[in-house]
Design a protein around this ligand. Structure first.
Ligand SMILES: Cc1cc2nc3c(=O)[nH]c(=O)nc-3n(C[C@H](O)[C@H](O)[C@H](O)COP(=O)(O)OP(=O)(O)OC[C@H]3O[C@@H](n4cnc5c(N)ncnc54)[C@H](O)[C@@H]3O)c2cc1C
Length: 618
């Protein structure tokens, strides 16, 4: 009798095609020139991506903005809890709760940059943007990226369909920015079957109605937290009252108490002691999405300000005609344009890096996470700058509405209050400023992924050449030079301070903030420049349309130089003295030489362009 040996069927490793192009690595923008053709701009989103944007935008506009107008008050979780839950379920029916979840689990698994576009589109949802953001991001991505097959099979279909509401429990009363210091404990029971969780979490979005909690707790005396998937059904969970907040009142925010909560051993997420890494990586993905949402909020501010300014008359003329109003609307449009350029440049780089890692044979999860980690510095910069742009835009939008802006009737004051949270969560802006520098230093010194030392050697010669004055009408040279100057200024000053202060630099936070501001200006300014150059080279805009965008770039550069000059001066006064101080001041003067452009006229032209369209159209 002959026997046949069954050959096991093993899936051949999936082959991924090479990425469309090799993108700049994280932070390399500082030391490498980028070709405008290599960056992605929002005009390149395809029809399908635009349809997703419009569908989400229309949903939020109809279900939230119009609902607020009809009822004459904002959503409040204490009064409208059931309606808010139904809204989340309605969004899930359209597939919106599964944007980052694989199709095999009922999600639609959008690529990373499209999830950023999604985040922009939910801006008209106001507090609902936070609710759906927690469901699709911090509440579910830990399972998407770190879950075992069994965990994914068990939880992701419910989260995608909206049957399960998700939340993320990291913060504690005594552990906020210092998130790894949490006291919530997890102890394996004697039978070795369950972890017993005890502790208290605070500020938990969606906590009031969540079925699933991603809980960070320390096992025994581990150095780092571990992560767990905890179901409400497990018992031992009680909730505090809904927090009374300044804004996002329609979003649930509660304390969550764990008292001998028994969590099956298999619900440990990722490795023991590996939870803090999960927490940080998930926050990284959230930062750029928060920035994209802020871009959406900025656009809405420009639109509402424009609409009001055109119809409100004072001194027998629409207020839109006054220079002071044009200044505001022009400046709001400039900040929106620049933020958008940087967000989608970075989002697409993350996509491309992910494709590169997949092609190199990394697993899908490692590729996605690795790509996001690669641009951690850029994500922190975007979080800080776009949230501060949003506060600027909504504040000026309120101002343009005068007394009506202050009244609850127009909804502007709600936007003003809602926007304020963006500077606090996903890591405060102070923490993100410090993170951007710390992460960059790590990449330059520890892992040597960015050769700042090599680039630093070329700085003296570069500065020497900059002593020559700008020439007008020299193509893009002037704008390119300003961007390069911002980068060199950052490298020169942070390098000098680093050499001098060494480890003490971390105690000089004011200097770190100054340098982080210069770094951020360099990145956003370059992204805006590359975008406008690409628009020209590809012929996407021509004539007046291109001219307006170039003006937006020029106003941005003018402001960026101003911010950088002030930050540079402050930092030099803070760490240098004698001849070194004099030299650094001279260098700053050369590198931040005033940009001789008529920003008054440019902002006017930009505002009029926006008026003509009846809203933001850059
Ligand atoms: C509406 C809302 C929703 C939230 N949702 C969630 C959620 O779903 N899940 C969750 O886990 N958390 C959530 N949070 C918590 C949020 O992430 C924290 O509030 C945030 O991380 C800041 O922590 P903290 O409030 O304890 O402030 P603190 O850490 O006490 O900071 C107070 C101030 O000190 C500054 N500071 C702190 N440390 C330093 C330092 N080393 N150097 C310089 N300055 C420093 C901060 O920048 C800040 O200005 C939410 C918060 C709010 C308000």
């Amino acid at each position: 009798m002959t026997t046949t040996v069954d050959t096991p069927i093993v899936d051949a490793p999936k082959k991924y095609p090479a990425p469309e192009r090799i993108v700049q690595s994280g932070c390399s923008f500082l030391i490498q020139e980028e070709n405008p053709e290599n960056i992605f701009i929002s005009e390149e989103f395809n029809e399908e991506q635009r349809m997703i944007h419009d569908m989400v935008y229309d949903f939020c506009k109809k279900e939230v903005m119009e609902a607020i107008q009809n009822r004459g008050r904002e959503f409040e979780i204490t009064k409208d809890r059931d309606e808010i839950i139904q809204l989340l379920e309605k969004a899930a029916e359209l597939g919106l709760c599964g944007v980052s979840i694989g199709e095999q689990y009922g999600g639609i698994d959008l690529d990373f940059n499209t999830t950023c576009l999604f985040a922009e589109a939910v801006a008209p949802g106001f507090s609902f943007a936070t609710t759906i953001g927690a469901q699709t991001s911090i509440g579910s991505l830990p399972i998407v990226y770190y879950g075992t097959q069994e965990q994914k099979d068990k939880y992701l279909p419910g989260i995608a369909s909206g049957q399960l509401k998700a939340s993320y429990c990291l913060t504690e009363p005594r552990s906020g920015s210092d998130a790894n210091s949490g006291k919530t404990s997890a102890v394996l029971n004697d039978a070795g079957t369950h972890y017993i969780i005890n502790g208290q979490k605070m500020w938990i979005t969606n906590g009031g109605f969540a079925d699933v909690f991603i809980v960070f707790a320390r096992i025994d005396d581990d150095k780092n937290l571990s992560a767990f998937i905890v179901e409400k059904e497990f018992g031992g969970i009680s909730l505090g009252a809904e927090e009374k907040k300044l804004g996002i009142k329609g979003s649930s925010t509660v304390q969550v108490f764990f008292e001998n909560c028994e969590v099956p051993k298999d619900n440990l997420l990722g490795d023991r002691d590996g939870g803090f890494k999960i927490a940080l990586n998930i926050l990284n993905t959230g930062r750029i999405k928060l920035a994209a949402g802020a871009v959406g909020g900025c656009k809405m501010s420009v639109n509402q300000a424009t609409e009001y300014a055109l119809q409100r008359e004072q001194f027998n003329t629409p207020i839109a005609n006054f220079g002071a109003m044009k200044h505001k609307i022009g400046q709001m449009a400039v900040l929106t344009f620049a933020g958008e350029a940087a967000v989608y440049r970075t989002g697409h780089n993350i996509n491309m890096k992910c494709d590169q890692f997949l092609h190199e044979g990394k697993s899908e999860n490692d590729s996605k996470l690795g790509a996001i980690r690669e641009y951690a510095v850029e994500c922190s910069i975007l979080k800080v700058k776009c949230s501060e742009n949003l506060d600027y835009c909504i504040d000026e939008c309120l101002q343009i509405h005068g007394g009506m802006g202050y009244s609850a009737e127009m909804g502007i004051e709600m936007g003003y209050r809602d926007a304020r949270i963006t500077r606090i969560y996903e890591g405060t802006n102070e923490i993100n400023r410090m993170l951007s520098l710390a992460e960059l230093t790590k990449r330059a010194i520890k892992t040597k992924e960015v050769d700042l030392v090599g680039a630093g050697k070329k700085i003296p010669m570069y500065i020497f050449k900059q002593a020559l004055p700008f020439k007008s009408n020299d193509g893009w040279k002037q704008e390119e030079r300003i961007v390069k100057n911002l980068k060199v200024l950052f490298m020169a000053l942070s390098g000098k301070a680093g050499q001098k202060l060494k480890e003490k630099m971390v105690d000089e936070q004011e200097l770190v903030m100054n340098f982080a501001d210069i770094l951020a200006e360099a990145y956003i300014a370059e992204s805006t420049l590359l975008k406008v150059q690409k628009l020209e080279r590809k012929g996407i805009h021509k004539g007046k349309d291109l001219e307006i965008r170039r003006k937006a770039l020029q106003v941005y550069l003018y402001e960026a130089l101003d911010i950088a000059r002030k930050a540079a001066d402050e930092s030099i006064n803070g760490f240098a003295s004698g001849s070194e101080k004099k030299t650094l001041k001279r260098i700053t003067k050369i590198l931040t030489r005033p940009y001789d452009v008529n920003v008054k006229q440019m902002r006017r032209d930009i505002a009029e362009y926006v008026y003509k369209n009846g809203g933001y159209n850059l």
